[in-house]
Design a binder for this molecule. Structure first.
Ligand code: FES
Ligand SMILES: [Fe+2]
Length: 402
């Protein structure tokens, strides 16, 4: 099912949320495949920032689970996206990030592609009689640039990133995200957890007082938040007036005003946290931005990637704030890992039935509803017999559209 941009609206979260997904959905390999197709290949995936590839020929690659894409600036400096698979024998063409000098060359047999993806040359062309080169360009993927952030969508169609953010998009202009640059190497970890456990955890703040004592000392929610049917939600945090007893946190509280000149009054001293379903967290701080991306590797294995961007030409005071931010938030990430791994262990337990969701966990329910819409078999409380998940899903989808 595609989200229709004309119908993107705010979700009313006043009512008590309904039931979350059943435990079997957090470990089933057949459902995992359906999720991967519907939620990862058919929805926008963050790859990087336009300032990661400033010049013609500059490229970044992005792995989305088992698929890989190339985002590259062509000769006219247009940003293009391709599947990272050679049209000859399927070799990955590029790795990591870097710059192609004029052409993209496959490292296996040397097929070369123009920066616009068209096939330019085949070594020993006489070995390929009657091969029409115009038929073997790199497969394109859709690219969308939203305030400098580059997203790709491998399959399907639907609203743009800007349409999905709807009336919350102005934050990115206010933080000047379009002009950010990468300020630190990405951090990658593999967690032994189903990807949805991590996203569920990202979506709720109910666990902060117990799970993240440091955040609880530092911040409080200020009641400003919103959630949209397109899978976007955001919430705003403000610093507590009471100084933290922990030195790094107190220093951060005391020095946060040093980034005030970056922001309009309404955003000074605040943290704004966005969730972009199904797998991208965006934390906007006065001094920097971090992305929290979760990429599914298997039913109980997920790559978690942190990426860090910020204003060019930071002041020494802003550099110090960034340092303090990481000293505070890196351990929070470790805490989330432990919390999520404990849930994954528990969710395998025979006989476990989910408890009620709090009002403060309504984002989880709304996310689960989004999954149920896209993949109707996820509505089932009982796990379907092995081998029948995809067919059951097709049957439920057909019944729903009758
Ligand atoms: S697989 Fe790329 S040139 Fe052969
Ligand atoms: Fe957390």
């Amino acid at each position: 099912m595609q989200v229709n941009s004309a119908r993107i609206e705010t979700i009313n979260n006043d009512e008590r949320p309904g039931a979350p997904l059943a435990p079997w959905t957090y470990r089933n390999p057949e459902l995992f495949e359906l999720e991967y197709e519907a939620l990862f290949l058919r929805r926008w995936q963050f790859i990087g920032h336009v300032n990661d590839i400033p010049e013609s020929g500059d490229y970044i690659t992005g792995n989305i689970g088992r698929d890989s894409v190339i985002v590259i600036r062509d000769k006219s400096r247009t940003i293009r996206g391709f599947l990272n698979v050679c049209r000859h024998r399927a070799s990955r063409v590029l790795e990591g990030s870097g710059s192609c000098r004029g052409v993209i060359r496959c490292p296996y047999h040397g097929w070369t592609y123009e920066l616009d993806g068209s096939l330019m040359a085949i070594p020993q062309q006489e070995n390929f009689p009657d091969t029409d080169k115009s038929q073997y360009g790199l497969h394109t993927v859709q690219v969308d640039v939203f305030h400098g952030m580059v997203f790709v969508r491998v399959k399907g169609d639907g609203p743009s990133v800007a349409e999905q953010f709807a009336h919350t998009a102005h934050f990115f202009a206010e933080y000047d995200v379009a002009n950010y640059e990468q300020i630190s190497t990405p951090v990658e970890e593999i967690w032994d957890v189903n990807w949805k456990v991590i996203w569920d955890n990202y979506l709720e703040n109910y666990h902060i007082p117990i799970g993240h004592p440091s955040l609880f000392r530092l911040l409080k929610e200020n009641g400003e938040w919103d959630e949209l049917t397109s899978g976007i939600n955001y919430g705003v945090f403000v610093m507590r007036d009471k100084p933290s007893r922990v030195e790094n946190e107190r220093l951060y509280q005391e020095q946060l005003h040093n980034a005030d000149h970056r922001l309009p009054d309404a955003l000074k001293g605040k943290w704004v946290q966005f969730g972009y379903a199904p797998n991208l967290g965006i934390d906007l701080y006065p001094e920097m931005l971090d992305f929290f991306q979760i990429l599914p590797l298997g039913p109980e294995k997920t790559l978690v990637r942190g990426m860090f961007y910020g204003h060019k030409n930071p002041t020494p005071e802003e550099l110090e704030l960034r340092r303090l931010n990481r000293l505070i938030n890196d351990p929070v990430n470790d805490e989330d890992r432990q919390l999520c791994e404990r849930v994954q262990q528990g969710i395998r337990t025979d006989g476990y039935e989910p408890g009620p969701l709090a009002l403060a966990e309504s984002c989880i329910f709304n996310f689960h509803e989004l999954i149920r819409q896209e993949i109707p078999v996820a509505t089932l409380v009982k796990e379907p017999p092995r081998g029948s998940v995809a067919t059951e899903n097709l049957a439920l989808d057909a019944a729903a559209s009758e």
